[in-house]
Design a protein around this ligand. Sequence first.
Ligand code: NAG
Ligand code: NAG
Ligand code: NAG
Ligand code: NAG
Length: 353
Amino acid sequence: MLRISNTRSLVGLLLAALASQAVAKEAEHRGPDKPIMLRQSGGFTIGGKIIPHPMDPNLTLSCDHGYVEYFTPWRPRKTGIVMWHSSSTQTFQNRWDGGEGFKDKFLRREYPVYLWDGPRVGRANWACNATSYAPDYRDKGNFVAWNFGPRFPEWWPDVQFPTESEYAWQQATSSRYVEYDSEASVNLETDAAAVAADSGKLGDSIVYLGNSASGLRAQMTAVKSNTTNIKGIVCYEGYGYVFPDNAGIEPGAGLNAFGPIIVPLEDFKKLAKLTAIQFLWGDHRDESYTFLNQSRQAAALINKYGGNAEVIKLGEDKGWKGTTHIAFADLHNEKVAGFLDEFLHKNGLSHYQ
Ligand SMILES: *[C@@H]1O[C@H](CO)[C@@H](O)[C@H](O)[C@H]1NC(C)=O
Ligand SMILES: *[C@@H]1O[C@H](CO)[C@@H](O)[C@H](O)[C@H]1NC(C)=O
Ligand SMILES: *[C@@H]1O[C@H](CO)[C@@H](O)[C@H](O)[C@H]1NC(C)=O
Ligand SMILES: *[C@@H]1O[C@H](CO)[C@@H](O)[C@H](O)[C@H]1NC(C)=O
């Protein structure tokens, strides 16, 4: 007969059993096989301007707004994930081989998901200014920029891409759209994004998921927001960082497409007030890489003012070899999603509404 020597250990056993049940239940909610059940989905425009025709004020143009497509799980968690890609929302929808992307992975995990197209890009392309597009023959440039290999068509031997599939490569490179890289455009896009964040229409607990140039945009959005709705930024291979005006850092030259963008210290401190920030890097990124270096400088400054920012190399620190510029579309994106899961849990951002 099992004899429990004292009440305390009996209580301990019971608590342990309950706790492991709770963990199992939570795992079931997060599990990759859970069906996606939506309460609703839809979309709306937000921000922007209504400008009069210069010759006929009776004619107006509604322009420079952003576009949000939203998906609300049947039983939503409190924190919504705003997926922001500056040059291809498609990268959040599917993995390189057509498998499941982060949009579905996080709906399965019962997070509200928002796909955001900033002013002038994607589904928000009705611009107040004249815009232009010049074909620039960028396919091979994408290959290197997205860190599939050192040069086209030399794949990294361990790359998390279905290299044998010509179709997958074609899908990847043609999913891009015009990005408008200039500081003026960053400001235009983040004006609308800050209005969206502060509107409450994305909830009151927002985590921005950025990649590449949208990392800079997510930081600027937090700097411009006047509410506490934004709780976190997770950015995969961010190109461009925001710095305070007292750090001796020079703003970027020319159009300043990828920062540094310098803001008043008081505004920069808004980044330090966020619950958590994670700047993530793929594999094959040397410490001398400009944006990796800047991410470390930016994280150190955010932490100096009381923030909670970390820099993680998914290749070297996690051992996930061959991680590309766009880790959430990589073949091992389930692992990358699990790591985001951990981030949300450990920072208290996984509660249900
Ligand atoms: C604008 O509309 C008003 C009211 O309908 C009209 O009186 C005016 O002539 C219009 N202006 C132009 C420039 O068409
Ligand atoms: C829009 O056009 C105005 C006037 O030409 C210019 O000053 C401004 O920088 C443009 N904005 C963007 C975002 O391109
Ligand atoms: C935040 O407040 C400032 C100062 O009042 C204002 O200029 C700015 O437009 C506000 N931002 C948003 C996103 O409403
Ligand atoms: C960034 O690069 C500079 C110059 O190469 C170096 O002095 C500095 O230590 C680097 N900073 C970080 C945080 O790695």
